[in-house]
Design a protein around this ligand. Structure first.
Ligand code: ASP
Length: 623
Protein backbone atom coordinates (compact mmCIF):
# COMPACT_ATOMS: atom_id res chain seq x y z
CA UNK A 1 0.00 0.00 0.00
CA UNK A 2 1.12 3.53 -0.69
CA UNK A 3 -0.34 4.52 2.68
CA UNK A 4 -0.21 3.23 6.24
CA UNK A 5 -3.39 4.94 7.42
CA UNK A 6 -6.60 6.47 6.07
CA UNK A 7 -7.05 10.22 6.57
CA UNK A 8 -10.47 10.14 8.16
CA UNK A 9 -9.55 7.44 10.64
CA UNK A 10 -6.73 9.30 12.38
CA UNK A 11 -7.34 10.48 15.94
CA UNK A 12 -5.62 11.45 19.18
CA UNK A 13 -4.70 7.78 19.71
CA UNK A 14 -2.24 8.16 16.82
CA UNK A 15 -0.37 11.14 18.30
CA UNK A 16 3.37 10.59 18.11
CA UNK A 17 3.10 7.99 15.32
CA UNK A 18 4.81 8.20 11.95
CA UNK A 19 2.19 7.74 9.22
CA UNK A 20 2.07 7.75 5.44
CA UNK A 21 -1.12 9.03 3.83
CA UNK A 22 -2.25 9.28 0.22
CA UNK A 23 -5.21 11.10 -1.22
CA UNK A 24 -6.48 14.26 -2.89
CA UNK A 25 -5.74 17.86 -2.03
CA UNK A 26 -9.09 19.13 -0.78
CA UNK A 27 -7.82 22.60 0.03
CA UNK A 28 -4.43 24.21 0.28
CA UNK A 29 -3.64 27.35 2.25
CA UNK A 30 -0.30 29.06 2.00
CA UNK A 31 0.34 31.21 5.05
CA UNK A 32 3.53 32.65 3.68
CA UNK A 33 5.52 30.27 5.83
CA UNK A 34 3.45 27.25 6.78
CA UNK A 35 1.46 25.49 4.09
CA UNK A 36 -1.71 23.74 5.22
CA UNK A 37 -3.18 20.95 3.11
CA UNK A 38 -6.55 19.39 3.86
CA UNK A 39 -5.89 15.91 2.57
CA UNK A 40 -8.93 13.86 1.56
CA UNK A 41 -9.38 10.17 0.90
CA UNK A 42 -12.37 7.83 0.85
CA UNK A 43 -12.72 8.08 4.63
CA UNK A 44 -12.57 11.83 5.15
CA UNK A 45 -10.16 14.71 5.74
CA UNK A 46 -7.11 15.43 7.83
CA UNK A 47 -5.01 18.57 8.07
CA UNK A 48 -1.38 18.36 6.99
CA UNK A 49 1.11 21.10 7.99
CA UNK A 50 4.28 21.65 6.02
CA UNK A 51 6.93 23.69 7.78
CA UNK A 52 9.61 25.29 5.52
CA UNK A 53 12.21 25.19 8.28
CA UNK A 54 11.67 21.61 9.38
CA UNK A 55 10.97 20.07 5.96
CA UNK A 56 12.24 22.32 3.16
CA UNK A 57 11.90 19.68 0.42
CA UNK A 58 8.38 18.78 1.44
CA UNK A 59 7.59 22.50 1.50
CA UNK A 60 8.92 22.99 -2.00
CA UNK A 61 6.75 20.12 -3.24
CA UNK A 62 3.70 21.45 -1.34
CA UNK A 63 4.16 24.85 -2.97
CA UNK A 64 3.40 23.23 -6.33
CA UNK A 65 0.25 21.33 -5.41
CA UNK A 66 -3.24 22.53 -6.35
CA UNK A 67 -6.75 21.39 -5.59
CA UNK A 68 -7.42 17.73 -6.50
CA UNK A 69 -3.73 16.88 -6.99
CA UNK A 70 -3.03 13.34 -5.82
CA UNK A 71 -0.31 13.37 -3.18
CA UNK A 72 1.44 11.14 -0.73
CA UNK A 73 2.41 12.59 2.62
CA UNK A 74 4.68 11.12 5.27
CA UNK A 75 4.84 12.69 8.70
CA UNK A 76 4.06 12.58 12.39
CA UNK A 77 0.61 12.85 13.94
CA UNK A 78 0.60 15.73 16.44
CA UNK A 79 -1.99 17.41 18.62
CA UNK A 80 -3.18 20.73 17.26
CA UNK A 81 -2.23 23.75 19.30
CA UNK A 82 -4.92 24.59 21.91
CA UNK A 83 -7.45 26.92 20.33
CA UNK A 84 -6.80 25.72 16.78
CA UNK A 85 -8.82 22.49 17.01
CA UNK A 86 -11.66 22.06 14.52
CA UNK A 87 -14.60 20.57 16.36
CA UNK A 88 -16.59 20.30 13.12
CA UNK A 89 -14.10 17.75 11.76
CA UNK A 90 -13.80 14.21 13.16
CA UNK A 91 -10.00 14.48 12.89
CA UNK A 92 -10.04 18.09 14.10
CA UNK A 93 -8.03 17.53 17.27
CA UNK A 94 -4.88 16.48 15.41
CA UNK A 95 -2.82 17.27 12.35
CA UNK A 96 0.02 15.64 10.47
CA UNK A 97 3.40 17.41 10.48
CA UNK A 98 4.76 16.49 7.05
CA UNK A 99 8.32 15.35 6.53
CA UNK A 100 7.77 14.31 2.89
CA UNK A 101 5.29 15.38 0.23
CA UNK A 102 5.22 13.49 -3.08
CA UNK A 103 3.01 14.46 -5.99
CA UNK A 104 1.57 11.23 -7.45
CA UNK A 105 -0.50 12.95 -10.11
CA UNK A 106 -1.59 16.43 -11.09
CA UNK A 107 -5.13 17.61 -11.76
CA UNK A 108 -6.73 20.17 -14.03
CA UNK A 109 -9.00 22.70 -12.38
CA UNK A 110 -12.28 20.80 -11.92
CA UNK A 111 -15.36 22.17 -13.72
CA UNK A 112 -17.08 22.72 -10.38
CA UNK A 113 -16.19 22.99 -6.72
CA UNK A 114 -15.54 19.65 -5.11
CA UNK A 115 -14.81 21.05 -1.69
CA UNK A 116 -18.00 23.10 -1.37
CA UNK A 117 -21.63 22.06 -1.42
CA UNK A 118 -22.78 24.56 -4.01
CA UNK A 119 -25.46 23.88 -6.64
CA UNK A 120 -24.05 22.57 -9.92
CA UNK A 121 -25.99 22.14 -13.13
CA UNK A 122 -27.25 18.53 -13.49
CA UNK A 123 -25.77 17.73 -16.90
CA UNK A 124 -22.36 18.99 -15.85
CA UNK A 125 -22.51 16.82 -12.76
CA UNK A 126 -23.39 13.77 -14.87
CA UNK A 127 -20.76 14.49 -17.50
CA UNK A 128 -18.07 14.59 -14.79
CA UNK A 129 -19.79 12.11 -12.50
CA UNK A 130 -16.45 10.78 -11.25
CA UNK A 131 -15.74 14.26 -9.89
CA UNK A 132 -19.27 14.74 -8.64
CA UNK A 133 -18.90 11.50 -6.68
CA UNK A 134 -15.85 12.96 -4.93
CA UNK A 135 -18.09 15.51 -3.25
CA UNK A 136 -18.91 14.76 0.37
CA UNK A 137 -22.68 14.56 -0.08
CA UNK A 138 -22.44 12.08 -2.94
CA UNK A 139 -19.74 10.02 -1.27
CA UNK A 140 -21.87 9.78 1.87
CA UNK A 141 -24.93 8.80 -0.17
CA UNK A 142 -23.13 6.02 -2.01
CA UNK A 143 -21.63 4.69 1.22
CA UNK A 144 -25.04 4.85 2.89
CA UNK A 145 -26.50 2.85 0.01
CA UNK A 146 -23.82 0.21 0.46
CA UNK A 147 -24.60 -0.01 4.17
CA UNK A 148 -28.30 -0.46 3.44
CA UNK A 149 -27.60 -3.29 1.01
CA UNK A 150 -25.13 -4.87 3.44
CA UNK A 151 -27.77 -4.78 6.19
CA UNK A 152 -30.37 -6.29 3.83
CA UNK A 153 -28.00 -9.17 3.05
CA UNK A 154 -27.16 -9.68 6.71
CA UNK A 155 -30.77 -9.56 7.88
CA UNK A 156 -32.18 -11.85 5.21
CA UNK A 157 -29.35 -14.36 5.50
CA UNK A 158 -30.05 -14.57 9.24
CA UNK A 159 -33.72 -15.14 8.36
CA UNK A 160 -32.80 -18.15 6.24
CA UNK A 161 -32.97 -16.53 2.79
CA UNK A 162 -30.53 -17.38 0.07
CA UNK A 163 -29.42 -15.04 -2.68
CA UNK A 164 -29.86 -16.42 -6.18
CA UNK A 165 -29.11 -14.69 -9.48
CA UNK A 166 -31.63 -14.87 -12.31
CA UNK A 167 -31.04 -14.17 -16.02
CA UNK A 168 -30.92 -10.75 -17.58
CA UNK A 169 -31.43 -12.17 -21.06
CA UNK A 170 -34.87 -13.71 -20.98
CA UNK A 171 -38.36 -13.52 -22.36
CA UNK A 172 -40.56 -10.56 -21.39
CA UNK A 173 -41.98 -10.52 -17.88
CA UNK A 174 -44.74 -7.96 -17.86
CA UNK A 175 -44.90 -5.33 -15.14
CA UNK A 176 -46.86 -2.82 -17.18
CA UNK A 177 -43.93 -1.02 -18.82
CA UNK A 178 -42.27 -1.16 -22.24
CA UNK A 179 -39.47 -3.72 -22.66
CA UNK A 180 -35.85 -3.14 -23.58
CA UNK A 181 -35.05 -5.67 -26.28
CA UNK A 182 -31.77 -7.37 -27.15
CA UNK A 183 -31.57 -8.89 -30.64
CA UNK A 184 -30.49 -12.48 -30.99
CA UNK A 185 -27.69 -13.08 -33.50
CA UNK A 186 -28.40 -16.78 -33.62
CA UNK A 187 -32.15 -16.54 -34.20
CA UNK A 188 -32.83 -13.79 -36.73
CA UNK A 189 -35.86 -11.70 -35.81
CA UNK A 190 -35.90 -12.97 -32.24
CA UNK A 191 -35.20 -10.93 -29.15
CA UNK A 192 -34.44 -11.29 -25.51
CA UNK A 193 -36.17 -8.79 -23.24
CA UNK A 194 -34.31 -7.31 -20.30
CA UNK A 195 -36.31 -8.20 -17.20
CA UNK A 196 -38.80 -5.65 -15.91
CA UNK A 197 -38.39 -7.76 -12.77
CA UNK A 198 -37.31 -11.34 -11.97
CA UNK A 199 -40.98 -12.15 -11.27
CA UNK A 200 -41.28 -15.41 -13.18
CA UNK A 201 -37.89 -16.77 -12.15
CA UNK A 202 -38.47 -16.13 -8.48
CA UNK A 203 -41.77 -17.98 -8.62
CA UNK A 204 -40.07 -20.83 -10.42
CA UNK A 205 -37.46 -20.90 -7.64
CA UNK A 206 -40.33 -21.52 -5.23
CA UNK A 207 -41.52 -24.41 -7.42
CA UNK A 208 -37.90 -25.59 -7.27
CA UNK A 209 -38.20 -25.80 -3.50
CA UNK A 210 -35.94 -22.99 -2.24
CA UNK A 211 -38.67 -21.50 -0.01
CA UNK A 212 -36.80 -18.26 0.81
CA UNK A 213 -35.10 -16.40 -2.05
CA UNK A 214 -33.79 -12.89 -2.42
CA UNK A 215 -31.71 -10.94 -4.90
CA UNK A 216 -30.46 -7.39 -5.25
CA UNK A 217 -31.88 -7.34 -8.76
CA UNK A 218 -31.48 -4.90 -11.61
CA UNK A 219 -34.74 -4.21 -13.46
CA UNK A 220 -35.24 -2.48 -16.79
CA UNK A 221 -38.34 -0.55 -17.81
CA UNK A 222 -38.54 1.73 -20.81
CA UNK A 223 -40.74 4.42 -19.30
CA UNK A 224 -40.78 8.18 -19.11
CA UNK A 225 -38.40 9.21 -16.37
CA UNK A 226 -39.20 11.19 -13.24
CA UNK A 227 -37.51 11.98 -9.96
CA UNK A 228 -38.25 8.48 -8.72
CA UNK A 229 -37.69 6.60 -11.99
CA UNK A 230 -34.66 5.50 -14.02
CA UNK A 231 -34.62 3.17 -17.05
CA UNK A 232 -32.65 0.71 -14.98
CA UNK A 233 -33.15 0.47 -11.27
CA UNK A 234 -32.45 -1.92 -8.44
CA UNK A 235 -34.88 -3.71 -6.26
CA UNK A 236 -34.68 -6.07 -3.35
CA UNK A 237 -36.53 -8.94 -4.93
CA UNK A 238 -37.76 -11.62 -2.56
CA UNK A 239 -40.09 -14.59 -2.56
CA UNK A 240 -41.23 -17.02 0.12
CA UNK A 241 -43.21 -20.27 0.15
CA UNK A 242 -45.93 -21.31 2.59
CA UNK A 243 -46.62 -17.78 3.78
CA UNK A 244 -49.56 -15.47 4.30
CA UNK A 245 -49.64 -11.78 3.40
CA UNK A 246 -49.09 -10.86 7.04
CA UNK A 247 -45.93 -13.02 7.26
CA UNK A 248 -44.42 -11.02 4.41
CA UNK A 249 -45.48 -7.62 5.75
CA UNK A 250 -44.02 -8.43 9.17
CA UNK A 251 -40.73 -9.50 7.64
CA UNK A 252 -40.50 -6.32 5.55
CA UNK A 253 -41.37 -4.16 8.55
CA UNK A 254 -38.65 -5.78 10.65
CA UNK A 255 -36.20 -5.43 7.78
CA UNK A 256 -36.87 -1.69 7.40
CA UNK A 257 -36.65 -1.10 11.14
CA UNK A 258 -33.38 -2.94 11.20
CA UNK A 259 -32.04 -0.87 8.28
CA UNK A 260 -33.11 2.31 10.06
CA UNK A 261 -31.43 1.25 13.29
CA UNK A 262 -28.22 0.36 11.49
CA UNK A 263 -27.81 3.23 9.05
CA UNK A 264 -29.81 6.19 10.41
CA UNK A 265 -30.63 5.70 14.10
CA UNK A 266 -31.09 9.48 14.30
CA UNK A 267 -34.21 9.39 12.12
CA UNK A 268 -37.70 8.96 13.52
CA UNK A 269 -39.24 5.81 12.02
CA UNK A 270 -42.59 5.21 13.75
CA UNK A 271 -43.56 1.55 14.22
CA UNK A 272 -45.60 -0.53 13.82
CA UNK A 273 -46.18 0.42 10.20
CA UNK A 274 -49.92 1.02 9.73
CA UNK A 275 -51.85 -1.20 7.30
CA UNK A 276 -54.38 0.78 5.25
CA UNK A 277 -56.69 -0.72 2.69
CA UNK A 278 -56.47 0.71 -0.80
CA UNK A 279 -60.08 1.90 -0.52
CA UNK A 280 -59.41 3.72 2.76
CA UNK A 281 -56.23 5.24 1.39
CA UNK A 282 -57.98 6.68 -1.63
CA UNK A 283 -60.95 7.86 0.37
CA UNK A 284 -58.85 9.64 2.99
CA UNK A 285 -55.93 10.88 0.92
CA UNK A 286 -56.82 10.56 -2.76
CA UNK A 287 -53.80 8.38 -3.55
CA UNK A 288 -52.32 4.99 -2.67
CA UNK A 289 -49.03 6.62 -1.67
CA UNK A 290 -49.96 9.48 0.64
CA UNK A 291 -47.49 11.30 2.83
CA UNK A 292 -48.69 10.29 6.30
CA UNK A 293 -46.48 12.72 8.16
CA UNK A 294 -49.45 15.07 8.22
CA UNK A 295 -53.26 14.97 8.15
CA UNK A 296 -55.07 17.29 5.72
CA UNK A 297 -57.45 14.43 4.92
CA UNK A 298 -60.02 14.63 2.17
CA UNK A 299 -63.61 15.50 3.11
CA UNK A 300 -66.54 14.50 0.91
CA UNK A 301 -69.24 17.11 0.39
CA UNK A 302 -71.20 15.54 -2.45
CA UNK A 303 -74.31 14.67 -0.43
CA UNK A 304 -74.40 18.11 1.23
CA UNK A 305 -74.52 19.82 -2.15
CA UNK A 306 -77.65 18.10 -3.45
CA UNK A 307 -80.09 20.89 -4.24
CA UNK A 308 -77.47 23.63 -4.54
CA UNK A 309 -77.94 26.21 -7.30
CA UNK A 310 -74.19 26.80 -7.65
CA UNK A 311 -73.65 25.56 -11.21
CA UNK A 312 -70.26 23.89 -10.66
CA UNK A 313 -71.49 21.82 -7.72
CA UNK A 314 -74.89 21.20 -9.29
CA UNK A 315 -73.25 19.86 -12.45
CA UNK A 316 -71.19 17.45 -10.38
CA UNK A 317 -74.11 16.22 -8.29
CA UNK A 318 -76.52 15.84 -11.22
CA UNK A 319 -74.04 13.83 -13.31
CA UNK A 320 -73.17 11.42 -10.53
CA UNK A 321 -69.81 13.11 -9.95
CA UNK A 322 -68.25 14.15 -6.66
CA UNK A 323 -67.31 17.19 -4.60
CA UNK A 324 -64.43 16.82 -2.19
CA UNK A 325 -62.08 19.11 -0.42
CA UNK A 326 -59.43 19.75 2.20
CA UNK A 327 -59.65 21.80 5.38
CA UNK A 328 -56.64 24.06 5.81
CA UNK A 329 -56.33 25.10 9.46
CA UNK A 330 -55.50 28.80 9.67
CA UNK A 331 -55.71 29.09 5.86
CA UNK A 332 -58.29 31.88 5.76
CA UNK A 333 -55.38 34.29 5.67
CA UNK A 334 -54.02 32.90 2.36
CA UNK A 335 -53.63 35.68 -0.20
CA UNK A 336 -55.31 35.72 -3.60
CA UNK A 337 -51.94 34.84 -5.15
CA UNK A 338 -51.48 31.86 -2.85
CA UNK A 339 -54.93 30.53 -3.76
CA UNK A 340 -54.19 31.13 -7.45
CA UNK A 341 -51.01 29.04 -7.16
CA UNK A 342 -52.90 26.19 -5.51
CA UNK A 343 -55.57 26.45 -8.22
CA UNK A 344 -52.85 26.03 -10.81
CA UNK A 345 -51.67 22.89 -8.99
CA UNK A 346 -55.08 21.21 -9.20
CA UNK A 347 -55.61 22.33 -12.79
CA UNK A 348 -52.41 20.59 -13.83
CA UNK A 349 -53.93 17.36 -12.58
CA UNK A 350 -57.10 17.85 -14.61
CA UNK A 351 -59.42 19.67 -12.22
CA UNK A 352 -61.44 22.50 -13.73
CA UNK A 353 -60.82 24.77 -10.77
CA UNK A 354 -60.60 25.17 -7.02
CA UNK A 355 -63.36 26.62 -4.86
CA UNK A 356 -62.07 28.40 -1.79
CA UNK A 357 -64.08 29.41 1.27
CA UNK A 358 -62.33 31.24 4.13
CA UNK A 359 -64.04 31.60 7.50
CA UNK A 360 -63.10 34.66 9.53
CA UNK A 361 -65.42 33.82 12.42
CA UNK A 362 -66.98 30.69 13.87
CA UNK A 363 -68.77 29.30 10.77
CA UNK A 364 -71.87 28.41 12.78
CA UNK A 365 -72.60 32.08 13.41
CA UNK A 366 -70.48 33.83 10.73
CA UNK A 367 -72.16 36.56 8.70
CA UNK A 368 -71.73 36.94 4.95
CA UNK A 369 -69.02 39.52 5.59
CA UNK A 370 -67.11 37.00 7.68
CA UNK A 371 -67.04 34.31 5.00
CA UNK A 372 -64.76 35.01 2.05
CA UNK A 373 -65.33 33.11 -1.17
CA UNK A 374 -65.57 34.17 -4.80
CA UNK A 375 -68.63 31.91 -5.13
CA UNK A 376 -70.42 32.74 -1.89
CA UNK A 377 -73.27 34.49 -3.68
CA UNK A 378 -74.04 31.37 -5.74
CA UNK A 379 -73.37 28.94 -2.94
CA UNK A 380 -75.28 30.71 -0.19
CA UNK A 381 -74.28 31.20 3.44
CA UNK A 382 -76.27 28.20 4.58
CA UNK A 383 -74.35 25.73 2.38
CA UNK A 384 -71.05 27.40 3.29
CA UNK A 385 -71.91 26.76 6.94
CA UNK A 386 -72.87 23.13 6.30
CA UNK A 387 -69.62 22.46 4.48
CA UNK A 388 -67.66 23.97 7.36
CA UNK A 389 -69.51 21.82 9.86
CA UNK A 390 -68.79 18.63 7.89
CA UNK A 391 -65.10 19.47 7.68
CA UNK A 392 -64.88 20.68 11.26
CA UNK A 393 -63.72 24.15 10.17
CA UNK A 394 -63.42 26.93 12.77
CA UNK A 395 -62.64 30.61 12.72
CA UNK A 396 -59.55 31.33 10.63
CA UNK A 397 -59.81 28.12 8.58
CA UNK A 398 -60.07 27.64 4.84
CA UNK A 399 -61.85 25.05 2.73
CA UNK A 400 -60.43 24.17 -0.69
CA UNK A 401 -62.84 22.19 -2.82
CA UNK A 402 -62.69 20.36 -6.16
CA UNK A 403 -65.74 19.15 -8.08
CA UNK A 404 -65.77 16.58 -10.90
CA UNK A 405 -68.54 15.44 -13.19
CA UNK A 406 -69.50 11.89 -14.07
CA UNK A 407 -70.20 10.44 -17.48
CA UNK A 408 -67.14 11.78 -19.32
CA UNK A 409 -63.81 10.13 -20.14
CA UNK A 410 -61.61 9.34 -17.14
CA UNK A 411 -58.80 11.52 -18.37
CA UNK A 412 -60.92 14.48 -19.47
CA UNK A 413 -60.47 17.70 -17.50
CA UNK A 414 -63.20 18.13 -14.94
CA UNK A 415 -63.95 14.39 -14.76
CA UNK A 416 -64.87 12.86 -11.43
CA UNK A 417 -61.79 10.68 -11.92
CA UNK A 418 -59.57 13.76 -11.72
CA UNK A 419 -60.88 14.86 -8.30
CA UNK A 420 -58.70 12.59 -6.17
CA UNK A 421 -55.47 13.07 -8.15
CA UNK A 422 -56.05 16.83 -7.98
CA UNK A 423 -56.61 16.75 -4.23
CA UNK A 424 -53.57 14.53 -3.77
CA UNK A 425 -51.47 17.17 -5.54
CA UNK A 426 -53.15 19.89 -3.49
CA UNK A 427 -52.45 17.99 -0.27
CA UNK A 428 -48.77 17.62 -1.19
CA UNK A 429 -48.52 21.30 -2.07
CA UNK A 430 -50.14 22.26 1.24
CA UNK A 431 -47.96 19.85 3.21
CA UNK A 432 -44.85 21.52 1.78
CA UNK A 433 -46.22 25.06 2.04
CA UNK A 434 -47.27 24.66 5.68
CA UNK A 435 -43.97 22.88 6.46
CA UNK A 436 -45.66 19.75 7.71
CA UNK A 437 -43.11 17.40 6.13
CA UNK A 438 -40.72 16.74 9.00
CA UNK A 439 -37.51 15.80 7.14
CA UNK A 440 -36.32 13.64 10.03
CA UNK A 441 -39.35 11.37 9.98
CA UNK A 442 -39.83 8.35 7.72
CA UNK A 443 -43.50 7.38 7.95
CA UNK A 444 -43.71 3.92 6.43
CA UNK A 445 -47.00 2.10 5.95
CA UNK A 446 -48.52 -0.75 3.97
CA UNK A 447 -51.42 -0.53 1.55
CA UNK A 448 -53.42 -3.77 1.22
CA UNK A 449 -56.43 -5.09 -0.72
CA UNK A 450 -55.63 -3.53 -4.08
CA UNK A 451 -58.17 -4.10 -6.83
CA UNK A 452 -57.14 -7.10 -8.93
CA UNK A 453 -57.72 -5.35 -12.25
CA UNK A 454 -58.30 -1.86 -13.57
CA UNK A 455 -60.10 -0.78 -16.71
CA UNK A 456 -57.89 0.28 -19.58
CA UNK A 457 -60.00 2.88 -21.33
CA UNK A 458 -57.70 3.23 -24.35
CA UNK A 459 -57.56 -0.48 -25.12
CA UNK A 460 -61.00 -1.41 -23.82
CA UNK A 461 -59.89 -4.22 -21.58
CA UNK A 462 -58.91 -5.12 -18.04
CA UNK A 463 -55.28 -4.73 -16.97
CA UNK A 464 -53.72 -6.25 -13.87
CA UNK A 465 -53.30 -3.64 -11.17
CA UNK A 466 -50.19 -5.41 -9.90
CA UNK A 467 -49.22 -8.15 -12.34
CA UNK A 468 -50.93 -11.13 -13.83
CA UNK A 469 -49.57 -13.69 -11.35
CA UNK A 470 -51.36 -12.03 -8.44
CA UNK A 471 -54.06 -14.02 -6.66
CA UNK A 472 -57.56 -12.81 -5.94
CA UNK A 473 -58.93 -12.65 -2.38
CA UNK A 474 -60.80 -15.95 -1.90
CA UNK A 475 -63.94 -14.12 -0.77
CA UNK A 476 -63.96 -12.09 -4.01
CA UNK A 477 -63.59 -15.04 -6.38
CA UNK A 478 -67.20 -14.88 -7.55
CA UNK A 479 -66.71 -11.24 -8.57
CA UNK A 480 -64.29 -12.33 -11.30
CA UNK A 481 -67.31 -13.32 -13.34
CA UNK A 482 -69.89 -10.79 -12.17
CA UNK A 483 -67.99 -7.55 -11.50
CA UNK A 484 -64.19 -7.93 -11.98
CA UNK A 485 -63.48 -4.28 -11.21
CA UNK A 486 -64.67 -4.86 -7.64
CA UNK A 487 -62.55 -7.96 -7.00
CA UNK A 488 -59.70 -7.36 -4.57
CA UNK A 489 -56.33 -9.05 -4.84
CA UNK A 490 -53.86 -10.24 -2.25
CA UNK A 491 -51.47 -7.49 -3.32
CA UNK A 492 -49.79 -4.91 -1.16
CA UNK A 493 -47.45 -1.93 -1.33
CA UNK A 494 -45.07 -0.31 1.07
CA UNK A 495 -45.02 3.48 0.87
CA UNK A 496 -43.29 6.27 2.75
CA UNK A 497 -43.45 10.07 2.78
CA UNK A 498 -45.39 10.24 -0.49
CA UNK A 499 -43.39 7.61 -2.38
CA UNK A 500 -44.31 4.08 -3.34
CA UNK A 501 -41.34 2.01 -2.21
CA UNK A 502 -42.34 -1.44 -3.35
CA UNK A 503 -45.08 -3.91 -4.20
CA UNK A 504 -45.77 -7.56 -3.76
CA UNK A 505 -48.49 -10.15 -3.72
CA UNK A 506 -49.48 -13.66 -2.84
CA UNK A 507 -49.34 -15.50 -6.15
CA UNK A 508 -51.53 -17.91 -7.99
CA UNK A 509 -50.01 -21.39 -7.74
CA UNK A 510 -52.54 -23.51 -9.62
CA UNK A 511 -52.89 -23.76 -13.38
CA UNK A 512 -56.67 -23.41 -13.46
CA UNK A 513 -56.71 -20.18 -11.50
CA UNK A 514 -53.93 -18.71 -13.59
CA UNK A 515 -55.83 -19.58 -16.76
CA UNK A 516 -58.94 -17.91 -15.40
CA UNK A 517 -56.98 -14.66 -14.88
CA UNK A 518 -55.49 -14.88 -18.37
CA UNK A 519 -59.01 -15.15 -19.78
CA UNK A 520 -60.15 -12.14 -17.78
CA UNK A 521 -57.22 -10.14 -19.15
CA UNK A 522 -58.09 -11.16 -22.69
CA UNK A 523 -55.08 -13.47 -23.15
CA UNK A 524 -56.34 -16.44 -25.12
CA UNK A 525 -55.24 -20.01 -24.55
CA UNK A 526 -52.79 -20.09 -27.42
CA UNK A 527 -51.12 -16.83 -26.42
CA UNK A 528 -51.02 -17.92 -22.77
CA UNK A 529 -49.28 -21.13 -23.80
CA UNK A 530 -46.72 -19.29 -25.92
CA UNK A 531 -45.93 -16.55 -23.42
CA UNK A 532 -46.43 -18.28 -20.10
CA UNK A 533 -46.62 -22.00 -20.87
CA UNK A 534 -43.59 -22.64 -18.65
CA UNK A 535 -45.39 -21.08 -15.68
CA UNK A 536 -48.59 -23.02 -16.32
CA UNK A 537 -46.60 -26.24 -16.68
CA UNK A 538 -44.63 -25.55 -13.50
CA UNK A 539 -47.83 -25.04 -11.55
CA UNK A 540 -48.72 -28.66 -12.37
CA UNK A 541 -45.59 -30.08 -10.75
CA UNK A 542 -46.32 -29.41 -7.10
CA UNK A 543 -46.04 -25.62 -6.93
CA UNK A 544 -46.25 -24.53 -3.29
CA UNK A 545 -48.39 -21.60 -2.16
CA UNK A 546 -46.05 -18.61 -2.34
CA UNK A 547 -45.77 -14.85 -2.36
CA UNK A 548 -43.20 -12.07 -2.32
CA UNK A 549 -42.27 -8.47 -2.33
CA UNK A 550 -39.90 -6.11 -4.13
CA UNK A 551 -38.95 -2.83 -2.46
CA UNK A 552 -36.89 -0.45 -4.58
CA UNK A 553 -33.33 -0.02 -3.37
CA UNK A 554 -32.87 3.36 -5.07
CA UNK A 555 -35.96 4.81 -3.43
CA UNK A 556 -35.10 3.26 -0.08
CA UNK A 557 -31.60 4.72 -0.21
CA UNK A 558 -32.96 8.12 -1.26
CA UNK A 559 -35.31 8.14 1.72
CA UNK A 560 -32.61 7.28 4.23
CA UNK A 561 -30.25 9.78 2.57
CA UNK A 562 -33.04 12.39 2.73
CA UNK A 563 -32.75 13.03 -0.99
CA UNK A 564 -35.71 13.79 -3.25
CA UNK A 565 -34.26 12.40 -6.48
CA UNK A 566 -33.05 8.81 -6.80
CA UNK A 567 -30.18 9.97 -9.02
CA UNK A 568 -28.51 11.26 -5.87
CA UNK A 569 -28.04 7.70 -4.63
CA UNK A 570 -27.09 6.05 -7.95
CA UNK A 571 -23.42 6.19 -8.89
CA UNK A 572 -23.98 6.51 -12.64
CA UNK A 573 -27.59 7.44 -13.41
CA UNK A 574 -29.10 8.60 -16.69
CA UNK A 575 -30.52 12.01 -17.51
CA UNK A 576 -34.28 12.51 -17.57
CA UNK A 577 -34.11 11.74 -21.30
CA UNK A 578 -32.42 8.38 -20.62
CA UNK A 579 -28.98 9.29 -21.89
CA UNK A 580 -25.57 9.31 -20.23
CA UNK A 581 -23.69 12.56 -20.87
CA UNK A 582 -20.45 10.97 -19.64
CA UNK A 583 -20.21 7.97 -21.96
CA UNK A 584 -22.56 9.29 -24.64
CA UNK A 585 -24.90 6.29 -24.42
CA UNK A 586 -27.03 5.39 -26.24
CA UNK A 587 -25.08 5.60 -29.48
CA UNK A 588 -25.44 4.32 -33.07
CA UNK A 589 -24.32 0.74 -33.64
CA UNK A 590 -21.59 -0.29 -36.04
CA UNK A 591 -23.34 -1.10 -39.37
CA UNK A 592 -21.54 -4.44 -39.62
CA UNK A 593 -22.84 -5.41 -36.19
CA UNK A 594 -26.35 -4.46 -37.24
CA UNK A 595 -25.95 -6.73 -40.22
CA UNK A 596 -24.73 -9.60 -38.05
CA UNK A 597 -27.77 -9.08 -35.87
CA UNK A 598 -30.05 -9.05 -38.93
CA UNK A 599 -31.24 -5.53 -38.10
CA UNK A 600 -32.05 -2.53 -40.25
CA UNK A 601 -32.75 0.84 -38.70
CA UNK A 602 -35.76 2.70 -40.03
CA UNK A 603 -35.37 6.33 -39.07
CA UNK A 604 -38.48 8.31 -38.23
CA UNK A 605 -39.74 10.35 -41.18
CA UNK A 606 -39.17 14.08 -41.48
CA UNK A 607 -36.70 14.52 -38.70
CA UNK A 608 -33.53 12.56 -39.32
CA UNK A 609 -32.96 11.20 -35.86
CA UNK A 610 -29.79 9.37 -36.73
CA UNK A 611 -27.58 9.39 -33.70
CA UNK A 612 -29.89 11.77 -31.93
CA UNK A 613 -29.05 10.50 -28.47
CA UNK A 614 -25.37 10.80 -29.23
CA UNK A 615 -25.90 14.32 -30.52
CA UNK A 616 -27.87 15.19 -27.45
CA UNK A 617 -25.13 13.76 -25.29
CA UNK A 618 -22.63 15.81 -27.25
CA UNK A 619 -24.53 19.00 -26.72
CA UNK A 620 -24.90 18.02 -23.07
CA UNK A 621 -21.14 17.60 -23.07
CA UNK A 622 -20.92 21.13 -24.38
CA UNK A 623 -19.18 20.08 -27.61
N1 ASP B 1 -42.37 -8.16 -9.49
C1 ASP B 1 -43.07 -7.19 -8.70
C2 ASP B 1 -42.57 -5.77 -9.07
O1 ASP B 1 -41.50 -5.61 -9.61
C3 ASP B 1 -42.88 -7.35 -7.24
C4 ASP B 1 -43.51 -8.59 -6.70
O2 ASP B 1 -44.68 -8.87 -6.99
O3 ASP B 1 -42.84 -9.26 -5.92
O4 ASP B 1 -43.24 -4.81 -8.76
Amino acid sequence: MLKTHYCGRLGTEHVGRQVTLAGWVHRRRDHGGLIFIDLRDSTGLVQVVVNPQKAPEAHAAATGVRGEFVVQVAGEVTLRRPGTENVGLPTGAIEVAASEVTILNGAKTPPFYINEDVPVEDTLRLKYRYLDLRRERMRDNIILRHRIVAEIRRFLTAEGFIEIETPVLANPTPEGARDYLVPSRVYPGNFYALPQSPQQFKQLLMVAGFERYFQIARCYRDEDLRADRQPEFTQLDLEMSFVTQEDILELIEELYLSIAKTVRPDLNVPAPFPRLTYEECLRRFGTDKPDLRYGLELVSFTDLCAGTEFAVFKGAVDSGGSIEGILVPGGAEFSRKEIDDLTETVKQLGARGLVSIGYFADPASATEEQVRSPVLRHLGLETARKLAKRAGAGAGDLLLIVAGVGGIGMKEPGSVHRVKPALDALRRALGAKLELTDPDMLKFFFVVDFPLVEWNEDENRWDSTHHLFTSVKPEDLALLESDPGKARSVAYDIACNGWEIGSGSIRIHRRKEQEQIFRLLGINEEEAQIRFGHMLDAFEFGAPPHGGFAPGIDRTAALFAQETDIREVIAFPKTKSASDPMTGAPSPADPSLLETLHLKVVYPEKKDQRGSAAQEAESERGE
